[in-house]
Design a binder for this molecule. Structure first.
Ligand code: S3P
Length: 742
């Protein structure tokens, strides 16, 4: 801060246009400077700026300010890019090295070169910057003091730049609501060439093309939404854009070339009526644009998704009544995209879970060239490319929080001819991948992950010749089994997996649904390569793992009466029902049916007094995802519940044994962790703050606890609920839980 607590002392704006005057007006409005001086050759501009109260004083050249500027003062150069050099020349001649100089030009490389020409090297007082804000309007009359609020301001300091000057510029932008970030000059110029300069070049060119087409004289009369929306930026300041294109020539040319090649390819597809190519471009673009729209929220750059802070606040008590259908099964949704992509023909999926995990799988296959329409209200259409039709992705495949995506994809990718890399978010980057990496290596795959545990990224070299494997799983894991079976599709001979205990068998069932033979006998599943997958129709039932939160909610809440419809009842998934029933729960199973090879039913649940039990170990793999909420049931039960043989819980999205025990203890329950489970004494749930560690199921489990709590419960870090159950909050409120989120 300057001695009097201001962000800057005097602000000198050179070039009183939209960009300069908006900073001036914003700093004045924030009372963050002592005086604003405008420098502009055009006297009329100075007059207007004075009239609008944007500046306190105006001069026509920097020289007129003599040596009145010093430490704490900031000169903001806001002239068109190619005019910055002239202004920097004046700065060099008239400003002491104490004065901070910064700019707002859209290209940073050319400004840095100009500064080097003038000063010999980049002067420490010069902090190059670029506010990612603007408008097609220009000039002081368009001044907008809110122009920079919540917008990214990119600074590109070099090693010579003085940290004191950088800090001053950062404070200045923060004072007007800007979000400051830093990046290297070359990266800035490349990014802006694609995200800003290319769209402007296209918009100018398109409008010019139409305007000059004599046959299209009346075109603007009939040009409606599309034209208007797409070409708004062609009203921008011509000189400014002329300068930008010249200043960033190399990067802009690269961006134009890439775009021209893609446009030409689209032209060929239109000419040859290549529907699949067209749909591919349009669906990928729509998805990307929708994602961007959700993200931008009026900002040009936004923090990464995983930085979202969501807190659940629950009032104690409430009821659980009604009839609901929870979203589609996560495991089946992943597999529907994978097998649909590897099949020949078009696969139609209904009931697809539009949660972030399954969407990550969907995006990964789009990144490998598969055309996927939707999801649209749970409907997805996958234009399968066959077992050998995937294409090399342009970069690493990012699968967010999703262990299932990473492990199953590892199996598929091990069999491809191209190299690939799988990466995930912070939580997934801590989860063990050796469980799939090691057996895949035994099959001949060229695959590695980091350190002893084999942490992501998972790096796969294509072209390996895989051989079928007879493998005894060291742990009961459907993900490992599925990964190896999928790799088996590409391996010579047969692949046989023996499990220590039965785990979910959706991969086997769905492969059969796609016409691929899989043998299941006892704890062994095997397949032989050489077949092919044929497209199928898939109806994804409601996810029993999501239903589990409501099964427990209704079981622990006096007066409850809840029906959950169309729930997947695969025998390898119903451990939660078996365990709850053993604890005394009242769960009726009605309307049983089989849909596409998977059993479904309605579940009718009423309150019943629960009692503690020793959870049968054979039920653990069948309820592996449901323990967080079963711990809540145990804390409301009479007596002690003991869980053993569940060490796998320690390597889920969080260490679910420790995190659940910590949360229960915070709410006043006596709970003790053991290496492979926990001992929970039923008691009275109090209120308090619980940390979910970004684990969706922990967040939802403690939400359920509120129904029996004596005081409010606050649950931190709940954004990842969207990975498996995006409308959990809505359904919870609908049945009578008192959940608010911020
Ligand atoms: C899943 C298998 C389980 C489960 C996960 C989904 C699957 O993991 O916890 O949520 O879809 O195959 P493990 O197989 O690692 O136990």
């Amino acid at each position: 801060m300057t001695p009097d607590g201001l962000a800057v002392k005097k602000l000198v704006v050179v070039g009183v246009g939209l960009i300069g005057s908006s900073l001036a007006a914003a700093l004045k409005a924030a009372n963050a400077c002592t005086e604003v001086i405008g420098v502009d050759r055009r006297t009329a501009t100075i007059k207007t700026a004075l009239g609008l109260g944007v500046i306190d004083r105006g001069v026509q050249a920097l020289a007129e300010l003599g040596d009145e500027l010093g430490s704490g003062d900031v000169v903001f150069v806001a002239v068109p890019t190619l005019s910055v050099e002239v202004v920097l020349q004046q700065c060099c001649e008239h400003l002491s090295s104490e004065v901070t100089i910064t700019d707002g030009a859209s290209v940073k490389g050319s400004v840095a070169e100009a500064a080097r020409r003038i000063y010999g090297e980049l002067p420490p007082q010069l902090v190059l910057g670029h506010p990612i804000a603007g408008s097609e309007k220009s000039g002081v009359a368009a001044v907008n003091p809110d122009l920079y609020r919540d917008h990214r301001i990119i600074l590109t300091p070099e090693s010579l730049t003085d940290p004191l000057h950088i800090e001053r510029v950062e404070r200045m932008w923060s004072a007007v609501g800007g979000l400051v970030m830093k990046m290297p000059i070359a990266l800035h110029d490349d990014i802006l060439a694609s995200t800003s300069h290319l769209p402007h070049a296209i918009a100018f060119s398109l409008v010019d093309t139409l305007a000059h087409d004599s046959e299209n004289e009346d075109i603007f009369k009939y040009a409606a939404g599309g034209f208007r929306d797409f070409t708004r930026i062609a009203s921008s300041d011509p000189v400014m854009w002329h300068d930008i294109m010249r200043a960033n020539r190399a990067s802009v040319l690269e961006a134009i070339d890439l775009f021209s090649a893609n446009l030409n390819r689209l032209r060929r597809a239109i000419a040859s009526d290549d529907s699949e190519y067209m749909l591919g471009v349009f669906t990928r673009a729509k998805e990307a644009r929708d994602h961007f729209t959700r993200l931008i929220n009026k900002q040009a750059f936004v923090p990464k998704m995983q930085n979202r802070e969501v807190t659940f606040e629950l009032q104690p008590g409430g009821q659980v009544k009604g009839k609901i259908r929870v979203p589609g099964d996560k495991s089946m949704s992943h597999r529907s995209i994978m097998l649909g992509s590897l099949a020949t023909g078009v696969t139609e999926v209904d009931g697809f879970l539009e949660g972030e995990d399954a969407l990550a799988t969907l995006q990964a296959f789009r990144d490998m060239g598969v055309v996927i329409e939707g999801p649209n209200n749970g409907k997805v259409k996958i234009h399968g490319v066959g077992l050998y039709g995937l294409q090399k992705p342009a970069g690493p495949l990012y699968v967010g929080n999703s262990g299932t995506s990473m492990r199953l994809l590892a199996g598929i990718l091990a069999g491809q001819s191209f190299d690939s890399v799988l990466i995930g978010d912070e939580s997934l980057s801590q989860r063990p991948m050796n469980r799939v990496v090691k057996p895949l290596q035994l099959m001949g795959a060229s695959i590695t992950a980091g350190g002893d545990k084999g942490l992501p990224p998972v790096v796969i070299q294509g072209g390996a010749k895989l051989t079928g494997l007879h493998y005894e799983l060291p742990m009961a894991s459907a993900q490992v089994k599925s990964c190896l079976l999928l790799a088996g599709l590409y391996a010579n001979g047969s692949t046989t997996i023996v499990e220590p205990a039965p785990t979910r068998d959706h991969t086997e069932r769905m492969l059969r649904g796609f016409g691929y033979q899989v043998k299941s006998e006892g704890n062994t599943a095997s397949l032989v390569s050489g077949g092919q997958l044929l497209s199928a129709k898939i109806d994804v039932p409601a996810d029993i793992s999501s239903a589990a939160f409501f099964l427990v909610a209704a079981s622990i809440t006096p007066g409850s009466d809840l029906t959950l419809t169309h729930v997947g009842m695969n025998p390898t998934r119903i451990g939660v029902i078996n365990i709850l029933r053993e604890m005394g729960a009242h769960i009726e199973i009605t309307d049983e049916a089989v849909v596409g090879g998977e059993p479904v039913a309605n579940l009718h649940v009423k309150y019943a007094p629960l009692h503690g039990i020793e959870i049968p170990e054979d039920q653990v793999p069948l309820a592996i995802d449901e323990f967080p909420v079963l711990f809540i049931a145990a804390s409301c039960a009479k007596g002690r519940t003991v869980l053993r043989g569940a060490e796998e819980l320690r390597v889920k999205e969080s260490d679910r044994i420790q995190v659940m025990v910590d949360g229960l203890v915070a709410l006043g329950i006596s709970a003790t962790p053991t290496p492979d489970g926990a001992i929970i004494e039923g008691g009275t749930l109090g209120g308090g703050v619980v940390e979910s560690h970004g684990d969706h199921r922990i967040a939802m489990a403690f939400s359920v606890a509120s129904l029996r709590a004596t005081a409010p419960i606050k649950i931190l870090n709940c954004a990842n609920v969207a990975t498996s159950f995006p409308n959990f909050g809505e359904l919870a409120t609908q049945v009578g839980m008192q959940l608010a989120h911020s």
